[in-house]
Design a protein around this ligand. Structure first.
Ligand SMILES: *[C@@H]1O[C@H](CO)[C@@H](O)[C@H](O)[C@H]1NC(C)=O
Ligand SMILES: *[C@@H]1O[C@H](CO)[C@@H](O)[C@H](O)[C@H]1NC(C)=O
Ligand SMILES: *[C@@H]1O[C@H](CO)[C@@H](O)[C@H](O)[C@H]1NC(C)=O
Length: 437
């Protein structure tokens, strides 16, 4: 086993010196319209999302089946594209907490991942713990003060996972890491130095740089904000060649405070209260993808939802006067009926964010100082922030090349299906990268 692991080290060192990485997440919620093979050409890693972390805490392991058979996934990409299994994702922390807790639990968690990878034929593993040490979706219910031990146990867990997946054949290990410094709780300089010695790739989620916990507007994936995150991680000890710069195939929107004019203020404009004191969503902010369905006309012949799902990309409307929320579920809470509710698929009390988004795209502004595209819709008090092919190109020059990063990453493939312009921009710019050290 030891010599096998040494052999894996040699392989990954060779891989590091090879072509730049171009990774895309492929998530189960955005698989309705997929790109053709000329649009996916050049992608080196596709990361299927997500396997739940709790599957790996049981003995024996709970069986995971990806949302598409891996042979179908492989068929969409180049012959030698690596297919990785992402574990976790936003809101999925309990399984990781349990897996990291003790020496025995770490060994079991790692062994279960290795067995799953081997059974399904994955090439690599991506750990998406959002986030070790706290500030996840559950941060009000299970406070950070209950997670301090994770700062110690996180590198130990990664080390067990790496050992286990290399013992069943060489498999790259990547992690997805937050871009906001306030969320880098377990990414202390001491930890980053350790983790740098364990993982092969670090997918830096340089987006969501504004979220509903904020009270003032800022760009969610600006050039300046992305660079700051990269600089922080390099200063704390990640080797630049291990870092992938993250790109978002979606816009974000935030309701601004009543009576405040944000027409000239993309950064620092006061928002409405976006999150309640108990951590729940006020229904006043969200995400909008660049999917075909975002721009499609309301389908005709909608039927009552049989299972609570609804909205763009489905044929379902909400029965019983319920509202169809932005994330595609029927309900009667403010999160379903307020701003972001999907007009035509159910009752709606808030303004239509789809209409506002179209207005934003048609009238957008570029903030050259920060490197971000934005718009403030004065009619409905909504601030929009997103990335364009032009800004993507600038990020390659000013971040990926200047900092000598190992590659790029995007969330997520199916979210760009309207015209694939973000995907094609990545493809074009990846071709301008040289092999890294
Ligand atoms: C593949 O998709 C791209 C992006 O939509 C399009 O420009 C191109 O013509 C398509 N190629 C083929 C062979 O269909
Ligand atoms: C604190 O963490 C432990 C271990 O992960 C967990 O079992 C417990 O439920 C947590 N407490 C709260 C209040 O969530
Ligand atoms: C936003 O305001 C709330 C309520 O005053 C406060 O608790 C929170 O810390 C603020 N958020 C940030 C990021 O400063």
């Amino acid at each position: 086993m030891r010599s096998l692991i040494l052999a894996c080290l040699a392989t990954s060192a060779a891989a590091a010196a090879a072509a730049p990485r171009y990774a895309v997440y492929f998530d189960q919620w955005h698989a309705a319209v997929l790109p053709n093979k000329s649009s996916t050409a050049g992608i080196t890693h596709v990361i299927t999302a997500f396997a739940q972390s709790s599957l790996f805490t049981t003995d024996p392991v709970t069986q995971y089946e990806p949302f598409l058979p891996l042979s179908d996934v492989r068929a969409l990409f180049d012959k030698d594209t690596k297919v990785c299994m992402a574990i976790g994702g936003w809101g999925d922390t309990d399984g990781f907490s349990q897996g990291a807790a003790t020496k025995e639990s770490r060994k079991l968690f790692a062994k279960n991942i290795a067995a799953t990878v081997q059974r399904l034929g994955y090439d690599c593993v991506d750990v998406d713990w959002e986030f070790p040490g706290g500030n996840g979706e559950d941060y009000k219910k299970n406070p950070n003060s209950n997670k301090t031990s994770e700062i110690q146990t996180y590198p130990l867990l990664l080390s067990e996972i790496k050992k286990a997946i290399d013992s069943v054949g060489c498999h790259e290990l990547s992690i997805a890491v937050p871009a906001l410094e306030r969320d880098m709780i377990a990414y202390t300089a001491a930890n980053v130095r350790k983790i740098n010695g364990i993982v092969d790739v670090v997918n830096v989620m340089t987006y969501d740089l504004m979220n509903r916990r904020d009270n003032y507007t800022t760009h969610h994936t600006s050039l300046k904000g992305s660079l700051a995150a990269i600089n922080t991680y390099i200063a704390r000890g990640f080797k630049p060649s291990k870092l992938n710069l993250g790109f978002a195939f979606y816009a974000k929107w935030f309701t601004t405070a009543d009576g405040v004019n944000c027409a000239n203020t993309p950064v620092g404009c006061q928002t409405a209260l976006l999150e309640a004191a108990d951590g729940t969503d006020m229904g006043k902010s969200g995400a909008m993808t660049f999917e075909a369905s975002t721009f499609a006309a309301l389908p005709t012949g909608l039927v009552d939802s049989p299972d609570g799902s609804c909205g763009a990309g489905t044929n379902y409307k909400c029965p019983n006067d319920a509202c169809c929320g932005q994330y595609g579920f029927c309900g009667t809470e403010v999160g379903h009926c307020g701003t972001g509710c999907q007009t035509g698929f159910g009752r709606c009390e808030g303004p239509s964010t789809k209409d506002s988004f179209k207005k934003a795209l048609a009238n957008s502004k570029y903030d050259a100082k920060n490197g971000g595209q934005w718009y403030w819709d004065a009619d409905v008090n909504i601030f929009w922030t997103w990335d364009t092919p032009e800004i993507i190109a600038r990020k390659f020059v000013d971040i990926v090349k200047v900092k000598g990063l190992g590659g790029v990453m995007a969330w997520s493939l199916g979210e760009d299906s309207y015209d694939w312009s973000h995907l094609l921009a990545l493809q074009k710019n990846v071709k301008t990268l040289r092999p890294s050290h």
